[in-house]
Design a binder for this molecule. Structure first.
Ligand SMILES: Cc1cc2nc3c(=O)[nH]c(=O)nc-3n(C[C@H](O)[C@H](O)[C@H](O)COP(=O)(O)O)c2cc1C
Length: 435
């Protein structure tokens, strides 16, 4: 059963439609990657489609090999980019990514509340614990999952306590009496924990309108529990409807465990959309976009996910459940590995077929390669089954795929009554909770 009548839809500003070979197309606009206009154009299109939010994922390190062929993780600072987009948009939510593994909560609390004030209630925080990048922050090792989530919980608690430390009601601003603030209401937080010592209060009042929504990204048990405690949205990695259902159920259970309601939490998987006017065109776009992923790289991905050694296998040999080593646990995302395992168990594909599949070739998100109708049908099926509450669009392949996503797919979902036809408010939290 779906928990809300309408989808929640966000748009990733990581220019995935230019990734791999996409940037090489004439007129792709890649020269503007480190400027404002490219992102502003997408944000305006997303607002014209009445999306809940635009969102900038982020990483604080640069894997070099990929830079030979595409832009990889190189990007503008997300907070500054999102702040600049505030001037070009009026209603859409503005979600930035900040890691709890590297920063300091006082700085983060102040920056986010500043963005919330400046945008008049449109800021949001994607709380990540990050996978790499410790070398850039004076750390010798990347902390393990348990330590990262312990720090994330404390970090989020300190940020929220700082926001509450100078409540909006404390602002009096009474010209007649000359009283500016009621300092009885502005209290230190005196936090002393395992990771942080922060006195407070914050040097900025809380925004008087709706609060700032939080998103979480990370699928381990600790990550799901963290989401159940603090998140309004979860950026999920679910490649098939069964893993989405299972993730949705886990999130509901963790929300209840933290005395929240399942519907307080929205599961929004990343959705990679390679769209074309025909299925053939979409397939051709998808394959052309991955033309430089070599056979060895594809084989390595299967081996990494399933633990099966495929060296010397011809393309027409079938891979079956009997070939999979029992008890193998991959270091990759468990959900992604399960998806590939299920393909093998269900379809026993020839190796060549498997190596051309989107699940092997491309991003680890839910993938739709097809027409706008195909995408609308599949999204509707997942939503009506209660497996998802919406999605974060991650269009791939070409600028056209991006245009079809925002200009045709989203309006089609709105026509079908599954998405808003216009905004009814102008804060991020309003969009999330309007129905
Ligand atoms: C869908 C998804 C998106 C993520 N996006 C980011 C990101 O933009 N920046 C980042 O530093 N980490 C990102 N992460 C990493 C997570 O914050 C987390 O560190 C990682 O998934 C490990 O936690 P887990 O074991 O709970 O999955 C993302 C993770 C997922 C699943």
């Amino acid at each position: 059963m779906k928990l809300r009548p309408k989808l929640c839809i966000g748009m990733s500003l990581a220019p995935t439609w230019l990734a791999n070979e996409g940037w090489r197309a004439e007129g792709s606009g890649i020269e503007g990657l480190y400027g404002l206009e490219l992102a502003a154009d997408v944000a305006c299109r997303a607002e014209a489609a009445h999306l809940d939010f635009v969102f900038r994922p982020d990483a604080s390190f640069l894997p070099l090999p990929v830079m030979e062929q595409s832009f990889g993780f190189s990007s503008l600072d997300p907070m500054l980019l999102i702040t600049a987009l505030m001037h070009r948009t009026r209603k859409i939510g503005l979600l930035t990514t900040i890691s709890t593994t590297f920063g300091e909560p006082y700085l983060v609390a102040r920056q986010l509340m500043s963005l919330h004030w400046l945008s008049q209630g449109r800021a949001g925080w994607n709380v990540v614990t990050a996978l790499q990048g410790h070398e850039n922050f004076s750390m010798t090792d990347m902390p393990g999952a348990e330590a990262r989530y312990a720090r994330a919980n404390e970090f989020a608690d300190v940020v929220r306590a700082l926001w509450a430390s100078f409540p909006a009601e404390a602002l009096v601003v009474d010209r007649a009496s000359g009283r500016y603030a009621d300092t009885d209401l502005i209290l230190p937080i005196d936090h002393r924990g395992a990771y942080f010592a922060v006195k407070g209060p914050m040097n900025l009042p809380e925004y008087p309108g709706p609060r700032l929504p939080l998103m979480q990204a990370g699928g381990s048990a600790a990550g799901v529990d963290f989401a159940g405690r603090i998140a309004d949205m979860v950026f999920g990695l679910t490649q098939d409807i069964d893993s989405a259902r299972s993730m949705r159920a886990q999130l509901s259970a963790r929300a209840l465990a933290h005395r929240r309601q399942p519907r307080d939490l929205r599961l929004l998987p990343g959705l990679s959309l390679y769209l074309g006017d025909t299925r053939e065109e979409a397939q051709a776009l998808f394959q052309a976009n991955h033309v430089r992923v070599t056979r060895d790289q594809r084989l390595a991905r299967v081996t990494e996910a399933l633990g099966v050694d495929l060296k010397g296998w011809p393309d027409d040999r079938r891979l079956t459940a009997a070939d999979l080593p029992a008890g193998f646990v991959s270091a990759r995302s468990p959900a992604h590995c399960d998806t590939i395992r299920r393909i093998v168990e269900r379809e026993a594909p020839q190796l060549g077929e498997l190596l051309a599949r989107p699940e092997i070739l491309a991003s680890i998100h839910w993938q739709i390669v097809g027409t706008v109708e195909d995408a609308a049908e599949e999204i509707t099926r997942w939503f009506e089954a209660g497996a998802i509450d919406g999605f974060i669009a991650v269009p791939g392949g070409s600028v056209r795929s991006l245009e079809l996503t925002l200009g045709e797919l989203v309006p089609r979902l709105a026509e079908a009554g599954l998405f808003r036809k216009d905004y009814s408010g102008d804060t991020f939290l309003h969009h999330l909770t309007e129905d």
